[in-house]
Each structure stands twice: as structure tokens, then as C-alpha cells.
Design a binder for this molecule. Structure first.
Ligand code: G6P
Length: 610
């Protein structure tokens, strides 16, 4: 969702804030702003609608400088994207940035209005600014005012507050929206994501739920929800400093698509022995836990949910019952929990609000034996709150449309399936050895598929003037069709729907005409003949097919059918491999349509609100 950066230093922090915002822009990008206080206690505030570069241009014309500052890039929830709704929000001397949603903001707004406060925006955040201002009158410190404020808030917040009258520090609070403190030499920072601060530090302390902290140049003091002084571990980030750069690529998405061979190799690194998946890579007690597991519950949102859909097939092929559900549905119904079930969240960010809420529900109220997080961000809420964590190691993913995070999730899930299968004797040693050998080949196979870029670019020209499209697949390729459709709609704004191909004649066939491209993922597997019949149904109605297949499937291009032939791969690896050409197709279509590939309209990378 939105991005936060803050800094306290002896030097001007505005450049640190702007660089941080640029690195966080993928999280929200409808407006941006900053507030900086100089040593004389003069506060400069600048806000702009649009992207961070608008703010940067405005700063060029009207510089603000100072040693203490906060900044924010916004993804609107309460109040339209506009300059007056952009953060920071101020109340006289107080200035505030906030991520999350204050659910009781209307009630608080009324109370504050009765006290004489005048609201300048439609946001929920502004109540924090006025409340801190109000509480500051009867508090000895700004921190105390923030502590008195947060107990009145219902909802989710990661917030940073500065006060013009006390220019040497900032105070922060976290509940339901992540904040990380960065340690520099003689200066300190805060951000909603490590990535923002990598140019200035690699040393981080994550705040826990309910924490508040006071940050000055010389010290950081963190207090838990009971007011006790605490010190969480300070970690050294292993994220690459260059992680936020596009390099020579035109878009992050393209860079991230092409990084997949390396990302997958990293996911596998040190986790495979000669012929086994190292079960301990899921945790020191994973072997004991996995032996007891009798069923799996996978929970995720968006692209991560599609990864879960593939994994369900893999688990059940091995005779291990597996359910997969969208987090926002799961958390609001009484789900059946099978005995000895393992609860697994799949999340790139580890912060998605619904997935995190489901995890908390699973831990607090449901009878799951253990929780595991498959995640890409070390130190994220899900990783910290799960019993076990398995990092996908995709590296920073900036493009809003998920690519390498998805394929590394699939690889991680496949390793999980193998590990549990072996612990439960559902998988023979020789079958495990075969899968391990295939996994080792995977980066090379993906490299081959990436060579098809030009052929896929040619196909994409057919899509650019279309308004609708269908994606078809069967078995494990049905979720890949779902992922292909999701990618296309996200970044090209072409309406794309995925269907299990067998469902075609139960409705979507009525839509088929020459204006409705139909993409089919059709590797040679035991469902191919069925799929070919479905393709004939499309062709017979004048539909145009775009088929991704392999040489053994013997599909030939002709009237109404274009075929991209990929390297032959095993059934198990096919979902991972066939994802890649669909990513490239969406990218190329978006390029022709001229949409904002990395930051598609209305979307955000990390959805930390419900
Ligand atoms: C957003 C992102 C998607 C992502 C989904 C779930 O919608 O734009 O790319 O798949 O959130 O995010 P997560 O971080 O939990 O995988």
C-alpha cells in the first residue's frame, strides 16, 4: 500500500526522503509529500498529486531543507487522490504520515471537531495529526502524546510524527502496518520497507505490533504496548543495494521476468542434497512436524493464491488432502479444520492484510498444529508470526504485477510437497531423486523459454486492439491460465478471464468470436486430448487460438491457431515453465498499449489494508 520514509540526521534529509520514496513508489503512487524541520524549527511541507517525480520537480523549484523529516507515497483509501489528501497531514506544529486505515476515524473526527479542530482533508490520517496535537497539550513528551493517541485508534497503522517545536526527533508507532528502523552512523531512519533505506544503511530493527519508538540522531528507544523499554534484534539486510534499480531494462517487470533463472537458482541454493530436498530448510523441527501433518490449508491472495492452486494439485497427487482459499474469504467464515492440519500462508510481501489476519486467526482460534509462511521478505510480519518460515529468495520485486515471486513460490511449494511427501512416506526415494534432478535443470529450462521473447512479441500485436480474452487450461495448468489472465488484465487493462477448459461449454463458449483471443496452455500431458477437443470447440466458432505447447503435443499452426512451441518439460515443472511466456505476452501487450507497466492504475504492490 502506501510507503513511509523518515529520517533524523545532522545533514539535510530531503534527498534521503526523496530517494526512499522513489524506492517505495511501487507500493502506492497517486500522490506524494514530505515535511522537513530545520534547526531553527521551521517546517517546510510539500505535497503533489501524481508520482514522486512531480514532488521532486516541485522540490527543485521550491527546496525544503532540514535535519528531521517524514515522507509518504500514497495509495488512496479514504479521500480521492489529491494534493489536500496527500500526506503529511498537519495540525499546527505536528506533522504526520500514516499507512493503514483508522476504522473509527469518523467518530474521532466528530470528537475533534467538537474540540474546535478544523479538518483540511477527507483522510482518516488527519485524525492522528489532530489527536496527537490535542494530547500533546497535556503530555510531557511527544512520545507520550503518541502513546495516548494510539490507544484511541481502532484499525491499522504504521505512523511517524514530527513536531516543529522539537526538531531533534521523530516518534513512530506500529500496529497492523509494518515499520522498520534503520541504523546509520550518527543518524537514524524509519521506513515501511527496508528497500527505501538501502542506500543509507543495511542495519535494521523491525518494530513489533503495538510498539512505539522515539528516534533521534544519537539513539533509538522502543517501547512495547505495555510501555516497557524493549530492544528487538538488529539484523543486517542481505538485500542487494541495487535491488531497487532497473539496470538496462525498460521496466522492472521485464527485468524481474528475466531474473527468474537466477531467482529460482537462489531458491534452490543449499536446500537440495544429492537426491533429496533438505527437510530442515523448513525449520529445525520440520521433520517431526511434517510427519504428523495429515492435511494442508493454503491461504493467500492474488498471484500467491494462484501458486496455492497449483500446489493443491501437487499435494493431492501425493495423497495429502489440501485446501486452498483466498484469505479475504477464509477469515470471515467458519472454515472446517481437518485434524493435524498445517496452515500455510503464501505471500510475496508477508504483509498482505487479509493473509496476515487469517494467520492470526489460525494461530489464536483454530486448531492447526503448526503455521508455515512461504514468503519473500525476511522480517515481514508473516515470517515473524509463523512457527516456520521458508524464504522464496526472489530478491526485491518492484513491478506491481508479480513474476519472479510467483515462480519462486511454485518452486518453494514443490519443495514443501516433496519434503512432506517424504516425511509421510508418500513419495519414494527414487521419485524424490527424479524431482530433485528436474529442479536443478529448471533455471536452464527457463533460460530457454526466455529465448522465445521475439516470437511472443509477434503474438502480442494481435491482442492490442482487443477488449476481452479467455485463458484456458486443465489440471495444474488451469491455475497457470488464471495467472496468465491476471497478468494481462493487471497491466494491459484488457479484460481477461481464465476457465478450466472443460467449463467452456457451460457458458464462455457463447462469447467466442473473432474479437475474443483464446490463450491455451497445452503441454503434452494426459489431459491434452481433452484440451484439444476444447480447442476445436473454439475454432469451430470462429475463435482465434494462441497456444503454448511442446513438440510432443504435435499442435500445428494454421487457420485460427497460432502455436508457440516450448522446450519439453515434465508434468511437474510445466506450471512453472509455462508461466513465463504468459508473463512475456502480458508485458508485450501492455507495451503496445502504452500502459504504465510497473505501476498499473489503481493497483498497489503490497495490500496492507482490507
Ligand atoms: C497485490 C499485488 C499482487 C499480489 C497480491 C498478494 O494485489 O499487486 O501482485 O499477488 O497483492 O500479495 P502478497 O504479497 O501477499 O503475495
Amino acid at each position: 500500500m502506501c510507503g513511509i520514509v523518515g529520517a533524523v540526521a545532522q545533514r539535510d534529509v530531503a534527498p534521503i526522503l526523496v530517494e526512499g520514496l522513489k524506492r517505495l513508489e511501487y507500493r502506492g503512487y497517486d500522490s506524494a509529500g514530505l515535511a522537513v524541520i530545520d534547526r531553527q524549527g521551521v517546517m517546510g511541507c510539500l505535497r503533489r498529486i501524481g508520482k514522486v517525480r512531480e514532488l521532486e520537480d516541485a522540490l527543485g523549484e521550491k527546496p525544503v531543507q532540514g535535519g528531521t523529516g517524514i515522507a509518504h507515497t500514497r495509495w488512496a483509501t479514504h479521500g480521492e487522490p489529491s494534493e489536500r489528501n496527500a500526506h503529511p497531514h498537519t495540525s499546527d506544529d505536528i506533522s504526520v504520515v500514516h499507512n493503514g486505515i483508522i476504522e473509527n476515524h469518523e467518530e474521532l473526527r466528530e470528537q475533534l471537531q467538537d474540540l474546535g479542530y478544523i479538518f483540511a482533508s477527507d483522510t482518516d490520517t488527519e485524525v492522528i495529526a489532530h489527536l496527537v496535537h490535542h494530547e500533546r497539550k497535556t503530555s510531557t513528551t511527544l512520545l507520550e502524546a503518541l502513546q495516548k493517541t494510539v490507544v484511541q485508534l481502532t484499525g491499522a497503522y504504521g505512523t511517524v510524527v514530527i513536531d516543529r517545536r522539537e526538531p531533534d526527533h521523530m516518534v513512530v508507532a506500529r500496529s497492523g502496518s509494518p515499520l522498520v528502523i534503520g541504523y546509520g552512523i550518527g543518524e537514524h531512519y524509519v521506513a515501511s520497507d527496508q528497500l527505501a533505506l538501502l542506500p543509507v544503511t543495511r542495519r535494521f530493527q523491525y518494530l513489533e505490533e503495538g510498539d512505539v519508538a522515539e528516534i533521534t540522531c544519537g539513539k533509538v528507544e522502543v517501547y512495547d504496548r505495555n510501555g516497557a523499554l524493549v530492544q528487538h534484534e538488529i539484523i543486517d539486510s542481505d538485500l542487494d543495494h541495487e535491488a531497487g534499480d532497473k539496470g538496462s531494462y525498460r521496466h522492472y517487470m521485464l527485468k524481474e521476468i528475466f531474473e527468474q533463472p537466477e531467482a529460482i537458482a537462489n531458491t534452490l541454493e543449499g536446500r537440495l542434497t544429492e537426491a533429496h530436498v533438505a527437510v530442515e530448510s523448513f525449520g529445525h523441527n520440520a521433520r517431526e512436524i511434517f510427519s504428523k501433518v495429515e492435511a494442508i490449508q493454503l491461504i493467500a491472495c492474488g498471484t500467491s493464491y494462484n501458486a496455492g492452486m497449483v500446489a493443491r494439485n501437487w499435494f493431492e497427487d501425493m495423497g495429502i488432502p489440501c485446501r486452498v482459499e483466498i484469505a479475504s474469504e477464509f477469515r470471515y467464515r467458519k472454515a472446517f479444520v481437518a485434524e493435524n492440519s498445517l496452515f500455510v500462508t503464501i505471500s510475496q510481501s508477508g504483509e498482505t492484510a487479509d493473509t496476515l489476519a487469517s494467520l492470526r486467526l489460525a494461530k489464536d482460534e483454530q486448531g492447526f498444529i503448526h503455521t508455515l509462511s512461504i514468503c519473500n521478505v525476511p522480517g515481514s510480519s508473516m515470517v515473524r508470526e509463523s512457527d516456520m518460515a521458508f524464504m522464496t529468495r526472489a530478491g526485491a520485486e518492484i513491478g506491481v504485477a508479480s513474476t519472479k515471486a510467483f515462480t519462486t513460490q511454485l518452486v518453494s511449494l514443490l519443495m514443501l510437497v516433496v519434503a512432506i511427501g517424504r516425511c509421510k512416506n508418500r513419495l519414494s526415494e527414487s521419485d524424490e531423486a527424479t524431482i530433485v534432478a528436474e529442479l536443478r535443470e529448471l533455471p536452464g529450462v527457463i533460460r530457454d523459454v526466455l529465448q522465445q521473447k521475439e516470437a511472443i512479441t509477434e503474438l502480442s500485436e494481435d491482442f492490442a486492439d482487443k477488449h476481452h480474452s479467455l485463458f484456458l487450461g486443465r489440471g495444474t495448468m488451469y491455475p497457470i491460465a488464471m495467472e496468465g489472465a491476471l497478468k494481462l488484465k493487471e497491466i494491459s487493462y484488457i479484460h481477461a478471464e481464465a476457465y478450466a477448459a472443460g467449463e467452456l461449454k457451460h457458458g464462455p463458449l457463447a462469447l467466442i468470436d473473432s474479437d475474443m483471443p483464446v490463450v491455451v496452455v497445452a503441454p503434452n500431458n494426459e489431459l491434452l486430448e481433452k484440451l484439444k477437443s476444447n480447442m476445436e470447440e473454439v475454432r469451430a466458432r470462429g475463435g482465434q487460438l494462441y497456444v503454448f505447447s511442446d513438440p510432443r503435443a504435435m499442435l500445428v499452426a494454421g487457420e485460427g491457431i497460432k502455436v508457440i512451441t516450448l522446450t519439453e518439460v515434465s508434468d511437474l515443472l510445466a506450471p512453472i515453465v509455462y508461466t513465463v511466456p504468459l508473463q512475456l505476452l502480458s508485458y508485450d501487450v501492455a507495451l503496445i498499449k502504452g500502459t504504465d507497466v510497473d505501476q498499473p492504475r489503481n493497483l498497489a504492490k503490497s495490500v496492507t489494508v482490507e
